[in-house]
Design a protein. Structure first.
Length: 352
């Protein structure tokens, strides 16, 4: 049974926690907002559940709190940063704000980041661009971590390598956020912590046999996560994972040749301005027709019809704002323990 908590109070609580750990206010605000946005979107493994882990990273020195990204190259429409392990949410929001005027001037703009700290849910950034009329694409990898086997193999090479994409329409945007593996590392860790198996095979054991048991990831040698598509069509997920690897890791200069330096991320963020292509009116005419065609498709027998990516997340977000954000009891307990430790007010359930 989940209890709902005031969404604005959760935002303030998260920000206050980061400030209490020494994070500058601007970085704390970005990080808190992104975690809460992910939580409200339903990306619970990449929402407020990350708060304790981020605090541990600050304690260990894995996350840098002060300073700016270092500019490695700047070719106007293409910018490259060393993120210096600064908070990922702050870096990505900063990158989007940097890319928007460049995309408006050049039609598109790309920001490559190596050595970002963890970025949380990529879906949490998409509306920053779509609300201003830009198409946005984000690809990410963690070059220091391997958990996904390439299709046809049994040893880990890639990680879950998410791809996110946002497109504005005349109404609600299309918002896509997907890993290129059958499960994320966070989802595997959550199942392991709960002592529960997956409902269908998403893993390979170290003998190359499909498995639902997250414990295979801790065998010696470890098992792996299957690419999206599994054994039947995993060549497609593997190919998508390679796209993310090339775009995020290789273009940023923070790929698999880089020695592991703990929790890290390499990112490619690209904005496209429809006004510089066929023009905004033509773009909206065609994307609105596409959305309408999808919504008008004949429903599958027994189904509820077509729902475009992002619709459920936006509905959940509106519900969280109006009725509070639901948190599982174990997470609420962790957060209240942190509140007690840092002498912050305990979380109060949402009042109708």
């Amino acid at each position: 049974m989940q209890t709902r908590y005031c969404t604005q109070a959760l935002l303030q609580f998260s920000q206050d926690l980061f400030v209490a750990k020494g994070m500058p206010l601007e970085k704390a605000a970005s990080t808190a907002q992104v975690l809460l946005r992910g939580e409200c979107f339903g990306k619970t493994t990449h929402g407020l559940a990350l708060l304790p882990a981020y605090l541990r990273e600050i304690d260990s020195g894995g996350m840098t709190l002060h300073g700016e990204p270092v500019v490695l190259q700047d070719h106007q429409a293409c910018l490259s940063w060393d993120g210096c392990k600064l908070p990922g949410p702050w870096l990505l929001e900063r990158a989007i704000n940097e890319a928007m005027p460049r995309a408006k001037r050049y039609g598109m703009a790309s920001v490559n980041i190596q050595r970002s700290h963890h970025t949380a849910s990529l879906s949490a950034y998409l509306q920053m661009a779509t609300e201003r009329g830009f198409i946005i694409q984000i690809t990410l990898t963690d070059p220091g971590h391997s958990s996904v086997a390439p299709f046809g193999g049994t040893s880990a090479v890639l990680t879950s390598n998410p791809i996110a994409f946002g497109a504005p329409t005349s109404a609600e945007p299309i918002l896509i956020d997907m890993s290129t593996s059958l499960a994320t590392n966070a989802a595997v860790a959550r199942q392991q912590a709960r002592g529960t198996a997956f409902n269908y095979p998403v893993l390979l054991d170290n003998q190359g046999r499909v498995s639902c048991d997250p414990a295979v990831m801790h065998s010696n040698p470890p098992g792996t996560i299957l690419p999206l598509g599994g054994l039947e069509a995993g060549h497609k997920g593997f190919a998508m994972g390679l796209i993310a690897e090339v775009m995020a890791g290789c273009l940023s200069g923070g790929g698999r040749a880089t020695p592991s330096t703990g929790w890290s991320a390499s990112v490619n963020l690209t904005l496209f301005d429809p006004r510089a292509c066929a023009g905004n009116s033509a773009y909206l005419q065609h994307i609105d027709a596409l959305v309408s065609a999808c919504h008008s498709a004949t429903p599958r027998p027994g189904g509820d019809g077509v729902r475009l990516p992002g619709e459920q997340a936006l509905h959940r977000t509106r519900d969280c704002k109006a009725n509070g954000t639901p948190l599982p009891p174990d997470l609420a307990k962790q957060l209240n323990a942190l509140a007690l430790h840092y002498q912050l007010p305990a979380l109060e359930p949402h009042q109708e």
